[in-house]
Design a protein around this ligand. Structure first.
Ligand code: NG1
Length: 457
């Protein structure tokens, strides 16, 4: 069997991909791998931009994954190869692993290695030879980056004969992935490591907790790519980090406005909501709207709203790269607080098999992402509109936004018709023929796994 095109591999059963990967590992490195790791991508059903605010999310792992075959090197060198020739081969030494090329795929391995070194002790980690194969489209909001980080860390741990509990690893790798410069939350690493087949995963943060939510029969989730890449190496990273900063400032402004009733200081919206359980999102938003104008603020206005200097807060989010000139605090808070409430209701709807209820919440989430969080784009809007025309019960952008994919709730019997309608309405107009590679059903899948394959030949 040959490795086939990227599209053929995308839909090949994982067992075939593993066999192929092991054979190719032997060709490249002249020995058999000891281990193969599989780490899934994810689609976020609802709860967008909530994770770094300490508020819940409800993603599911999908049947697209990153595989890595690995074998111990005996020294501290790491060699990386990828079946996809667009990802260059790379070697580095664990003693000295700076990220040299922003946006390159190897930076995610280096970030994962940093996490593993912090766990095992810098000098105790042995290197290895690794070969990767991925079927998660990159820059699509399906979290190929976190799957790569998780696969890299599990591969490195495995060739060092170490296993770590998934929950601790998820927390560790959420921090490690920030090394690439995105101030992301912990949703992606958690679902990649802790998902269960047939289920979505309700995730709460600080401390990290998860619980599976079985997805009943009847409806399916279909992912549609907008064909706008949302790579986190350029503008999307700047825009993402600016949202993180705006949320931090919005939370400070609300904390300032509620200083008389809050018993202690808060780290993020999650703390604030937990300390004031009797206050609804609408009440909290009203408090903020009484002290802030509804338009974006300049730095002087933000300082007045938070009762202190804005500059001190930049260190809190770790990067000033997302610094833009205005801060839409009320809008960002409105999205985040209402989105957390939608997650609660979506979990209940899913548990009850209330598909139309879930669809309405997904539509509401999309409107909020578009209007209050401002992370949509023309192509995502066109896709969501086409999906609703094609009968989707709910349609929304998924992941960080700024491009990438939508996730659509579709009655299972209607999936082929839905794909045909989306092909006509969106893909054919752009001259894209193989629409099913960009508009496909995703199956709720298990979290990452490590398979010991063989010793040295
Ligand atoms: P994606 O879709 O992978 O860009 C990002 C963050 C998440 C979360 C979502 C928005 C990374 C690795 N992940 O996901 O933590 O904040 O955006 O809900 O950047």
């Amino acid at each position: 069997m040959s490795a086939g095109s990227r599209e053929e591999r995308a839909f090949a059963p994982e067992a075939d991909r593993i066999d192929e990967l092991c054979a190719r590992f032997f060709q490249h490195y002249g020995r058999r791998p000891q281990v193969v790791v599989s780490a899934p991508g994810r689609v976020n059903l609802i709860g967008e931009h909530t994770d770094y605010n300490g508020l819940p999310a409800l993603p599911m792992a999908i049947d697209r994954s990153i595989l890595v075959a690995g074998a111990e090197a005996g020294d501290r060198r790491v060699r990386l190869r990828n079946l996809d020739p667009q990802f260059r081969s790379y070697a580095y030494d664990l003693s000295d692993a700076p990220i040299r090329t922003k946006g390159s795929w190897e930076q995610y391995h280096i970030a994962a290695a940093r996490g593993v070194k912090s766990l095992l002790g810098t000098k105790k980690v042995r290197g290895g030879d690794f070969l990767f194969d991925g079927t998660i489209p990159s820059g699509s909001g399906l979290s190929s980056s976190s799957a790569l980080v998780v696969a890299s860390a599990l591969g490195l741990l495995a060739v060092n004969d170490r296993e770590e509990p998934a929950l601790q690893l998820a927390e560790l790798l959420a921090v490690a992935e920030r090394f690439v410069g995105t101030q992301s939350g912990g949703m992606d690493q958690a679902v990649c490591l802790l998902a269960e087949p047939g289920c979505a995963l309700r995730i709460d943060f600080d401390p990290l907790r998860t619980r599976p939510v079985r997805i009943p029969a009847g409806c399916s989730f279909v992912v549609c790519h907008s064909m706008v890449p949302a790579e986190k190496s350029g503008a999307a990273q700047v825009a993402y980090n600016h949202r993180v900063l705006e949320c931090t400032l919005a939370c400070r402004a609300l904390e300032h406005a509620l200083a008389d009733v809050l018993p202690r200081s808060v780290r993020h919206f999650g703390d604030l909501v937990a300390l004031l359980p009797e206050r609804s999102p609408a009440e909290l938003i009203e408090v903020l709207s009484n002290s802030l104008p509804p338009r974006p603020l300049d730095e002087r206005e933000v300082s007045a709203a938070i009762g202190g200097a804005i500059d001190k807060l930049f260190s809190g989010v770790g990067s000033t790269s997302g610094r833009e000139s205005t801060y839409a605090l009320l809008q960002r808070a409105t999205h985040v607080l209402t989105e957390a409430e939608r997650v609660e209701r979506a979990e209940s709807a899913l548990r009850a098999g209330d598909w139309s209820g879930l669809g309405v919440l997904m539509d509401g989430s999309h409107a909020s992402c578009r209007d209050d969080f401002e992370v949509s784009c023309a192509e995502l809007e066109e896709l969501v509109g086409a999906a609703k025309q094609a009968g989707a019960l709910g349609a929304r952008l998924t992941g960080a936004g700024f491009g990438g994919c939508t996730v659509n709730l579709v009655r299972s019997a209607d999936v082929p018709l839905f794909q045909t309608m989306l092909e006509r309405a969106f893909y054919q107009r752009r001259g894209i023929k193989n629409a099913t590679s960009h508009c496909f059903e995703v199956v709720p899948s298990a979290g990452a796994r490590v398979v010991r394959v063989a010793g040295e030949a």
